[in-house]
Design a binder for this molecule. Structure first.
Ligand SMILES: [Zn+2]
Length: 308
């Protein structure tokens, strides 16, 4: 990695618009090993991490291969250990609908795996997804899917009793505009659940470009807990709860990557370990970090004010 600030105008934070973010390092694609380097900055005001300049949509398209993880249907792991791990790593909490026919919208629903879990509980399931192949899979599963970017569609006002965004907000060019759109489409009294990596976690600080959830260049902005709470409140939502989690897969993979980069120099490689025996190694440390509230993933639960 070249610790050289890119030559361009002052970096502008996509969350608070503060100009003059501090250049930290260049990050490369750790998940698929695709070429290119992304300049990562930290906002001096709200402390989020962000790419500047942001890659164009055309540049980014090549970084979402057809086997991108959320585009494919979930396959049941045949081993008991794999099934146990999957249960422990549920994408988000699965709340029951407040009444029969209540509507949930999953933003960035991918192939609809989470929507399928929600439908079993009794939700009417809706999704927004820009990737055509994933839209087709989700529709085959019987979900209502709007094929578009959240930033480019008008959602009905006060319509959904629950809106979920799991590992989506970090991909958006204008996350605050997206939150405003989400707040607007949530029914009064309805809830919003957001899960995303945490820029203020010890792993993010210690591992820098080797921290796997950085996932450059697909992740354009990584919030801190405080910045995400503030952005939700500015969008008109009220915080109910904020929690931290540590995914043992990302913990082990990030540490392994750091070790490799120290030993051999950085080499782009597919670094996410998914074999159950590797994941099990990470469980004790992940559990400890979670108990100490040091996990590198935040989940925010908000409520739109008003009567449901
Ligand atoms: Zn900022």
């Amino acid at each position: 990695m070249r610790p050289r600030r890119p030559d361009n105008e002052a970096a502008v934070c996509p969350v608070c618009n503060h100009a003059g973010g501090r250049f930290l390092y260049h990050a490369c694609d750790q998940t698929y090993g695709l070429p290119g380097e992304s300049p990562v900055h930290r906002c001096a005001q709200c402390r989020v991490l962000y790419l500047w300049p942001q890659p164009s949509p055309e540049q980014l398209a090549g970084y979402y291969p057809s086997d991108y993880y959320s585009y494919t249907p979930e396959v049941e792991d045949p081993s008991w250990i794999g099934r146990t791990i999957r249960r422990m790593l549920r994408p988000l909490e699965t709340p029951a609908p407040p009444f029969s026919g209540a509507r949930v919208l999953d933003v960035g629903c991918g192939a609809g795996n989470y929507l399928t879990a929600l439908r079993r509980l009794g939700w009417e399931t809706w999704g927004v997804e820009p990737a055509p192949a994933a839209v087709a899979v989700a529709r085959q599963s019987g979900h209502h899917v709007l094929a578009a970017d959240l930033e480019r569609i008008d959602l009905p006002e006060r319509h959904f009793q629950l809106v979920t965004m799991s590992h989506v907000i970090e991909h958006l060019r204008d996350p605050c505009a997206a939150l405003t759109q989400v707040a607007r489409t949530t029914a009064p009294g309805g809830h919003v659940l957001i899960r995303t990596p945490a820029a203020d976690s010890p792993l993010a600080r210690l591992l820098g470009p080797d921290w796997l959830p950085l996932d450059a260049p697909r992740h354009l902005v990584i919030f801190t807990a405080r910045a995400l709470r503030s952005a939700c409140e500015q969008a008109g939502l009220r915080l109910v709860r904020i929690s931290r989690r540590q995914d043992p897969r990302y913990l082990i993979s990030s540490l392994l990557r750091k070790w490799l980069s120290l030993r051999q120099g950085l080499q782009p490689r597919q670094a996410l370990l998914t074999r159950p025996r590797h994941i099990v190694l990470g469980f004790p440390l992940a559990w400890l970090m979670q108990a100490l509230r040091l996990g590198d993933e935040i989940t925010v639960k908000c409520r739109r004010p008003g009567e449901g």
